[in-house]
Design a protein around this ligand. Structure first.
Ligand code: PHE
Ligand code: ZN
Length: 873
């Protein structure tokens, strides 16, 4: 008999569960390879349902079932049936208890879902469907129960035993064992259950909430790392305070714990009262962490903390609603970072990441709405679209209703849905009733995919003194969104916008046009001279715009726009157009036509000492290859790389003296601090260095090597290392060797060493990655390391897309090899084949061969299968 393919789960098929679990009593007897799990469940029928089913269906994977009892009676073989993923039990009772004993093997669990080992630590990861790898359960987020957990383990090996909620009892047992019992008073879905056990180091602190409750804060890590947790602890306290101040949300348990582990599939996990973190999102000190690492830690700590309300107290009805908690929580962490640091800089970085990660996804084979309508493997949907585009959609609501309206909507959301598992519709509903508005059309954002496009046309009427703006939506769905615009006069002054009387546009005072129709025209009056147009300020809508502003307009914005974000956008737009224009001929002519005005504007920016250094460094940067590729019909990887470098080189040549002077001024060695001025100066200095490097001059290499040798912090060190490795300077060898000698015991630092070498454009990268794989530090069971090596290589366009096809076949081999270890890691790697459709014919043929090889590989996971099948169709 032919086996049917993996099942497709559909949103429209959602049905409430016929049985509900109200209480869960778990007992774990921990052992590396043979852990015994006893689960006592209180189950009742779902009274809301008309028909009553007589079959209870539980999920379970990789479990060894030992025994089953219903209301205290052992079930015999004929009273239940078992498949590789389900347990079926016939019951006619209204309510009953079920006792399940299973055995699991944490040491063999390399997929890192369910209960597994990270080094010597026992830990769990249950979102989205890991709990079914611990015990049989109705493993879906709308089953909310109260959990009590007893953990038994060897006292020497595992002195620390943690779970959700509050510790209620502990004591010693025979054979050197001990136990701790935990009770979580809040109802929660199974995906928020967590357990940790091991011999852990601890950093403790306190937080006093606005209602004066004292919260015990704890960060656990491998022993010896306690002092690397202080920054995370400070971040946690800031996040707790911010959520009280901004949303009135207070923490609800007496204890909040974070545990750092090395083997983790994602950044971190918001388990109730017991967050489990990838150690890269916790551990920091100036020697091992870059400024970007610090920034990421602060934002992930906040993100997981914010989930306590947006995710845990109010959770998702089903996994199609993932953006309900993720989009909203990303929006919240972005706002937190904006309030703590520079708002324009934060906005630029968030949009940069959206364009680099989400836009290509939305334009590729796995494009999906922020609320998908079907999936084969839900783990494939923890995407930039669900998270970052989801956050943009929330941000648009925030822009439309304003900060206080948004706060009212959030209050309403908690008033209506606290303790419930709900949908994105429920969130929108809260915003609607709290603000008395209609968001029906806005909901199209939840079902459309592909980055929407609009067309903008403008004209100035000298006689009428009007400026006309015509907006046309080009995407299939007619969307509702805020479009922030500005008109600037010749002196650089903002013109206040006014429309004829009969037209009301309530948001206009804030410079926002509310767009709802397919096509809309606006006529601004009392404009004396032709103004400069600044559009989609602050990226008020996550869209692409067909608009052909003059170079004069863009240069004017770059130098004068009061909206920082659009100054940056103008710089990007200018560079992008210059590069794109001649990409096809760069191979033959090895030159680009670079307009004088642009070179001049770049120089003005470089010399402007009045602007924030971080902002300046962002404006000076040339769009990344990934962003440049997005405007191409057929990808020209080499041309993009060459043109981008060429432009940088010309700019560096023109302004060598200026850049060097500024670089040297910024290079004074001083004490490392995270003050935003210092962070900004380092960012600027290292951006300047990357321009200088393009000159390919000995003296510059010496200078970079000096920065590498002298640096008193990881930011400056890796920036210099990367420049050397990306160059053909012989100085890279000694730099790489010292770096290795110094850091080979610290795998967080070694990840940078892998990533820099695997992403290098230099000739030998392909042979290099094989060497790196042989290094003693490489460990294919640690996702961070795998991503640093193979993830970086597959995003290295020049080498991955080498005309021989060797890059494709290497990554295909790795996907197959890693798939049997960890399908989440392999399917992430499979997503890097996303360029398939727009490759040149020969590359396309070569990639197709590899994709088919993967698809036909016997036993390939449905994670990879779903991605590869979508890529091929
Ligand atoms: N829910 C986590 C977060 O975004 C992400 C995550 C998903 C972690 C799945 C592990 C597994 O905060
Ligand atoms: Zn999240």
């Amino acid at each position: 008999m032919k086996e049917s393919g993996p099942r497709i789960v559909k949103l429209e098929e959602y049905a409430p569960s016929p049985f509900l679990v109200t209480d869960v009593f778990l007992t774990f007897d921990l052992d590396e390879t043979k852990t015994l799990v006893k689960s006592l469940l209180k189950i009742k029928r779902n009274e809301d349902l008309q028909e009553s089913a007589n079959q209870l269906i539980l999920d379970g994977q990789n479990l060894k079932l030992i025994s089953l009892k219903l209301d205290g009676e052992f079930l015999t073989k004929d009273q239940f049936s078992l498949t590789s993923e389900k347990l079926y039990i016939s019951v006619s009772k209204k309510s009953f208890s079920l006792e399940i004993e299973t055995e699991i093997n944490p040491a063999a669990n390399t997929a890192l879902q369910g209960l597994y080992r990270s080094g010597n630590i026992f830990c769990t990861q249950n979102e989205p469907e890991g709990f079914r790898r611990i015990t049989y359960f109705i493993d879906r987020p709308d089953i909310m129960a109260k959990y009590s957990t007893k953990i038994i383990a060897d006292k020497k090996l595992c002195p620390v035993l943690l779970s959700n909620g509050n510790p209620v009892k502990s004591g010693d047992l025979d054979n050197g064992k001990h136990f701790v019992e935990w009770h979580d008073p809040f109802f929660k879905p199974s995906y928020l259950f967590a357990l940790v056990a091991g011999d852990l180091g601890l950093l403790k602190d306190k937080f006093i909430t606005k209602s004066k409750r004292v919260i015990d804060l704890r960060i656990y890590s491998d022993k010896g790392n306690e002092d690397k947790c202080t920054f995370a602890m400070e971040s946690l306290k800031k996040a707790m305070k911010w959520d009280e101040d901004t949303f009135g949300l207070e923490y609800d348990l007496d204890i909040y714990m974070i545990v750092a582990v090395d083997a983790f599939n994602m950044g971190a996990m918001e388990n109730k009262g017991l967050n489990i973190f990838n150690s890269s999102a916790v551990l920091a000190n100036p020697d091992i962490a870059t400024d970007d690492n610090y920034h990421r830690i602060e934002s992930i700590i906040a993100h997981e903390y914010f989930h306590n309300w947006t995710g845990n107290r109010v959770t998702c009805r089903d996994w199609f609603q993932l953006t309900l908690k993720e989009g909203l929580t990303v929006f919240r962490d972005q706002e937190f970072s904006s309030d703590l640091h520079s708002r324009p800089v934060q906005r630029i970085r968030d949009v940069q990441s959206l364009k680099e990660r989400q836009f290509p996804e939305d334009d590729g084979p796995t494009a999906h709405p922020i609320r998908p309508s079907s999936y084969m493997e839900i783990n494939n949907f923890y995407t930039a679209t669900i998270y970052e585009k989801g956050a943009e959609v929330i941000r648009m609501i925030h822009t439309l209703v304003g900060p206080s309206g948004f706060r009212r909507g959030m209050d309403k959301y908690f008033e209506l849905f606290d303790g419930k598992a709900v949908t994105t519709e429920d969130f929108i509903h809260s915003m609607e009733v709290a603000n008395n508005i209609d968001l029906t059309q806005f909901k199209n954002w939840y079902s459309q995919f592909g980055t929407p496009r609009i067309e903008v046309e403008s004209s100035f009427d000298e006689k009428q003194k009007t400026f006309n703006l015509n907006i046309k939506q080009l995407s299939p769905e007619t969307l509702h969104f805020p479009l922030k615009v500005g008109l600037i006069d010749q002196n650089g002054k903002e013109i206040s916008l006014s429309l004829p009387k009969e037209e009301t546009n309530l948001l206009l005072k804030k410079g926002i046009l509310e767009i709802k129709k397919r096509e809309e025209s606006f006529q601004f009056k009392n404009i004396n001279k032709k103004p400069f147009l600044s559009i989609n300020r602050d990226f008020s809508a996550p869209i692409k715009i067909n608009w052909n502003p003059s170079m004069e307009n863009q240069i004017f914005l770059l130098t004068h726009d009061s909206n920082g974000f659009n100054r940056y956008e103008a710089a990007q737009d200018l560079a992008n157009k210059i590069i794109q224009k001649e990409i096809g001929s760069i191979h033959a002519h090895e030159t680009l036509d670079i307009p004088e005005e642009y070179i001049e504007a770049f120089g003005t920016l470089l010399g402007d000492n009045s602007i924030d250094p971080f902002f300046k460094s962002l404006c000076l940067q040339i769009p990344s290859e990934g962003v440049l590729l997005q405007d191409q019909e057929v990808y020209d990887f080499d041309g993009t790389h060459l043109s981008r470098n060429f432009l940088k080189k010309v700019l560096a040549k023109t302004y060598k003296k200026k850049i060097l002077t500024l670089y040297k001024k910024l290079s004074v060695n001083k004490k490392y601090t995270l003050a935003s001025k210092d962070v900004g100066n380092r960012a600027l200095k290292n951006t300047l260095m990357s321009f200088l490097m393009c000159l390919e001059e000995e003296e510059i290499y010496e200078l970079i090597k000096e920065q590498f040798d002298q640096a008193n912090n990881m930011t400056d060190k890796v920036a210099a290392l990367q420049c050397l490795v990306y160059s053909n300077s012989p100085l890279k060898r000694p730099a790489l060797d010292t770096f290795y000698l110094h850091w080979n015991k610290n795998h967080l630092v070694m990840e940078k060493w892998f990533a820099i070498q695997a992403s290098s454009p230099q000739q030998n990268t392909y042979t290099k990655v094989y060497e790196l794989e042989e290094s003693a530090v490489y460990d294919k069971r640690i996702p961070n390391i795998v991503r640093a090596l193979w993830g970086s290589f597959s995003s290295n366009y020049v080498h991955f897309h080498h005309k021989s096809g060797r890059g494709y076949s290497l990554i295909a081999k790795k996907i197959i090899e890693l798939d049997s270890i960890n399908p989440q890691v392999s399917s992430a790697l499979a997503k890097t084949f996303r360029h398939y459709k727009k490759l040149m014919p020969e590359n396309k043929r070569l990639m197709q061969l590899e994709l088919e090889k993967i698809r036909n590989h016997v036993g390939i996971s449905k994670n990879v299968l779903e991605i590869v099948a979508k890529t091929l169709t």
